[in-house]
Design a protein around this ligand. Structure first.
Ligand code: FES
Ligand SMILES: [Fe+2]
Length: 386
């Protein structure tokens, strides 16, 4: 397996894609999950999923039971969703926690900051403390998290470099969009279940090469030649368009723009895969985030969320926009599912990349291969530029 990956790291004109095992073999995928998802900053959910203090939502990430919650100060935090006593699952369904978080088994109680605050009868009937049970060491175990553009990123292993450090370049690239963004509400969130490995969704998202054939509607006004590549080796990749056109309602109304954008964004829009599993889009008047949930080797849940510049945008127009994007994302399903089935072909060599068109996709493969090989995914030249 290691030998095969060296061909992935070649320069694009001589490189192969990742071998089939990365899409089909449980042992390879388990190793990859550790290197690529658990040890990096991966998307878990959105902060809007827990809008108010006390809101809690249980989630599973790579089989780990996690709890996303908003504490009393309004800070979004992620904990392991288990009690420090006997490891019972604490929260089964999304809910609001009034007061403390109480374990349903023996009623140990935790504050929303994770502190263990009550241990009834732990020292015997009527004795709520015991000299050998130091509550200060038995708080909920927090998972490192970072919220950017409403996406809650987690670093499960706890030892990745800080998010702002790794993604300084992208944060700077989109600094103009660094302002409040408002989730469009229930009709602006939808989930697609796709019979593919999550990586194929990333690979397809970063390139514009497929637009003429897979998205004829989109391509009718945003043509292949109107697109450019976005390439940040070892960090992110994607594509941009120079001819973004705003959606119009029945009365020609549009969504309000994010304030203060430079002229470039009058017609530009960008679509970036933030490695590993978050797909983002920015436009003058709306944005979206897609979190790819790796369910199984050949199953991915795409969680899509749309955002606007103000909380009071027109509901009908929001629904229309959500439908438009849903149509586009549904158009992509047959290719990511077809490529997944294609990865059971015994003699497939990972495929070849168009040096002109597949740069962003190759960068993602190169990043995965580097992490699997234990090499630095960021090329020396890029480090030198920092
Ligand atoms: S397992 Fe939670 S209190 Fe016993
Ligand atoms: Fe597409």
């Amino acid at each position: 397996m290691t030998r095969d990956l060296t061909t992935v790291r070649r320069e694009i004109s001589r490189a192969n894609g990742l071998p089939n095992a990365h899409y089909t073999d449980p042992a390879t995928i388990a190793a990859e999950n550790e290197a690529v998802l658990a040890r990096q900053w991966a998307g878990l959910d959105v902060a809007s999923a827990v809008p108010e203090p006390g809101d809690a939502k249980p989630l599973s990430f790579l089989g780990n039971p996690l709890l996303l919650l908003r504490d009393r100060e309004g800070v979004v935090r992620v904990f392991q969703n288990i009690c420090r006593h006997r490891g019972m699952i604490l929260v089964e369904e999304p809910r609001k926690i009034e007061g403390a978080l109480r374990c349903p088994y023996h009623s140990w109680c935790y504050g929303l900051d994770g502190r263990l605050v009550a241990t009834p009868h732990v020292g015997g009937p009527g004795q709520n403390s015991h000299p050998d049970m130091d509550r200060t060491t038995l708080g909920l175990i927090e998972v490192r998290s970072h919220v950017w553009r409403d996406v809650v990123f987690v670093n499960l292993s706890g030892d990745a470099a800080p998010f702002e450090e790794i993604h300084a370049d992208l944060i700077a690239r989109w600094a103009e969009f660094d302002q409040p963004l408002w989730h469009g509400g229930p009709e602006s969130a939808f989930t697609l279940d796709v019979a593919t490995n999550w990586k194929l969704a990333v690979e397809n998202y970063c390139e514009s090469y497929h637009l003429p054939w897979v998205h004829p509607g989109l391509n009718s006004y945003s043509r292949l030649e109107d697109h450019y590549h976005i390439e940040a080796p070892g960090r992110y990749s994607g594509q941009g368009t120079l001819v973004y056109r705003q959606l119009r309602g029945a009365d020609e109304a549009t969504f309000p723009d994010f304030p203060g954008l430079s002229a470039k964004w009058d017609t530009a829009a960008e679509y970036v895969s933030v490695f590993p599993n978050v797909l983002l889009g920015v436009h003058r008047d709306h944005a979206f985030a897609i979190i790819l949930e790796a369910v199984e080797a050949n199953r991915t849940r795409e969680h899509i969320h749309l955002y606007y510049a103000r909380p009071d945008t027109d509901e009908m127009l929001r629904a229309k926009n959500a439908q438009l994007w849903k149509t586009v994302f549904l158009e992509d399903i047959f290719v990511v599912e077809g490529m997944q089935r294609g990865r059971h072909a015994r003699h497939f060599d990972g495929g070849r990349f168009s040096p002109a068109m597949d740069g962003p996709t190759h960068l993602f493969h190169d990043w995965v291969a580097a992490l699997m090989l234990g090499e630095d995914p960021v090329p020396p030249a890029q480090h030198a530029a920092e």
